[in-house]
Design a protein around this ligand. Structure first.
Ligand code: XMP
Length: 513
């Protein structure tokens, strides 16, 4: 076990992620939940001190447990963690005149196991620097093994005690060799083998779920997406039929999707499932609604009501399972501070746990999307399911601008299914973050055979993205686009024109509403 002491950096989870990627098991513990005893009980093979927003020069600012320094294990301090180390071991840290963030170059000054595979002595490494305060005097035993013009103590080491400190963030992608440095720390300095796997993660997660839930009943909302599916299968492995899933069918799903979810969970996995077919309710509530926010709010409100109604059918449930991922956790505690504008109101079951007095079970809270997919594969979920593109909660309602009718939804479903089929046939599905058809509220004139047509226009959207926050349109070939357009127009009655959306995000958003 490598212990990561969290001092509140926005990117602490990235440290954990980098370690997991190199096959090392780690746990993150907040600094204020760790004392000397807890530290000894954990018996880590090495400790990483994260960055954090505070200043060690402020009286009362966070520190590492004193016992850490005599435990006899390697310690790596990152940014604030480096300053904690210096301050606690008798060096000196001073408030910096200004905070400095961004790309910098560190010159390597000495050979060290921590720097294996990085630039040789005298060479330079690109790093993502972030400092407010600066180290001005090193504790005894320490030397400088890397420095930059702005940070003379960029990398410090006490090789005897195996204590290291870096002023930059090795865990972020902007430090190209950062993952190597962390791997050097765990493998070379701490001597770990890196043989930990997602299978082990699964077993640990199962143990944690059992410990949290005991013999209580858990309900889990299934959306058909990857996150809630993986959470459900994992929890079912842990506690079997103490879990009941609720799948609210809004009538706004894609072609065949509701059936797929039901047959996968009920028939294949044998997970107790309430299939709440509420399409009548949703579609009638949406009649005459064309404003995007009003659509979203209507769907969100109904969803919570319906979910609550069905969740109550599971008498005596104490827990609500959610497929919350790490990026959702960071976003929801985002410290940007400033007032932010609501671009689109996303719906979820927020508020429900309090109303129904349920505790949350969130077994994916530490993971990133691609790790959830790896866990899903580990749990034996079908590859096509695990690799699915994200699908928004309000479903096809926000891919059908203007008023929604059953007829329009049917046309959209057919066009969308052909489009996705084309993408799969051309082997492009996994290169794309998200692809879908949008049925435009416009009818245009066309000619088919000898006749005039007056039908809907349909737009196709496909984007690449790493996190959905920014996105670029996917550069399909002209052949692909024309073949797809031809198929849609020929096979879908009601569509006589196809366009391709080439807007990036920003300024566009991924969905049209
Ligand atoms: P936008 O359209 O804001 O979408 O660029 C970014 C990502 O979020 C998805 N999305 C949603 N997901 N509930 C969800 O669960 C929603 O209300 C919602 N709206 C957008 C969208 O599909 C894309 O992946």
């Amino acid at each position: 076990l490598i212990l990561i002491v969290d001092f509140g950096s926005q990117v602490t989870q990235l440290i954990a992620r980098r370690l997991r990627e190199s096959g090392v098991y780690c746990e993150i513990h907040p600094f204020n939940k760790l004392d000397d005893d807890a530290l000894r009980r954990l018996a880590p093979k090495g400790v990483i001190l994260s960055g954090g927003p505070d200043s060690v020069t402020r009286p009362g600012s966070p520190r590492a447990p004193e016992a850490l320094w005599t435990l006899g294990v390697p310690v790596l301090g990152i940014c604030y963690g480096q300053q904690v180390m210096v301050a606690q071991l008798g060096g000196k840290v001073e408030p910096g005149a200004e905070r400095e963030f961004g790309r910098a170059f560190v010159t390597i000054k000495a050979e060290d196991p921590l720097l294996h595979g990085l630039a040789p002595v005298g060479g330079r490494e690109e790093v993502w620097m972030s400092h407010g305060d600066r180290v001005v005097a090193l504790p005894e035993g320490f030397g400088v093994i890397g420095s930059s013009s702005g940070a003379p103590y960029a990398i410090i080491a006490d090789p005897e005690r195996r204590f290291y400190g870096v002023q930059f963030h090795p865990e972020v992608h902007h430090t190209p060799n950062g993952a190597r440095l962390l791997r050097n720390f765990t493998h070379e300095v701490c001597g770990l083998k890196g043989d930990w796997t997602m299978a082990a993660y699964r077993d640990e997660a199962i143990e944690k779920i059992r410990a949290q839930v005991g013999d209580g009943k858990v309900i889990c909302g299934l959306s058909g997406g990857v996150d809630s599916s993986v959470a459900a299968v994992l929890i079912h492995e842990a506690i079997g039929d103490q879990l009941t899933c609720v799948f609210v069918d809004t009538g706004l799903m894609r072609m065949g999707e509701a059936d797929e979810v039901v047959s996968l969970f009920r028939d294949h996995y044998n997970i107790p499932l309430i299939h709440a077919d509420e399409s009548e309710l949703f579609l009638s509530a949406l009649e005459g609604v064309s404003d995007p926010e009003e659509k979203r709010k209507t769907i969100g409100r109904l969803f919570v009501e319906v979910f609550e109604k069905h969740a109550r059918e599971v008498g005596g449930a104490k827990f609500l399972a959610q497929g919350t991922l790490y990026p959702d956790v960071i976003e929801s505690v985002s410290v940007t501070g400033g007032p932010s504008v609501t671009i689109k109101s996303h719906h979820n079951v927020g508020g429900l746990p309090e109303r129904m007095n349920l505790q949350l079970v969130e077994p994916l809270r530490d993971l990133f999307k691609d790790e959830v997919r790896a866990l899903g594969r580990e749990l034996g979920l079908p590859p096509a399911f695990v690799g699915r593109h994200p699908f928004p909660g309000p479903g096809l309602a926000i891919r059908c601008p203007g008023e929604i009718t059953r007829d329009k939804l049917e046309i959209l479903r057919k066009a969308d299914a052909i489009y996705l089929d084309q993408i799969r046939r051309h082997g492009l599905y996994d290169e794309i973050w998200q692809a879908f058809a949008v049925l435009l509220p416009v009818r245009t004139v066309g000619v088919m055979g000898d006749g005039r047509t007056y039908d809907y226009a349909c737009a196709l959207r496909a984007v690449t993205s790493v996190d959905g926050m920014t996105a670029d349109y996917y550069p399909f070939s002209h052949d692909f686009l024309s073949e797809t357009a031809t198929r849609i127009i020929n096979e879908v009655e009601g569509v006589n024109r196809v366009t391709y959306d080439i807007t990036s995000k920003p300024p566009g958003t991924i969905e049209w509403e």
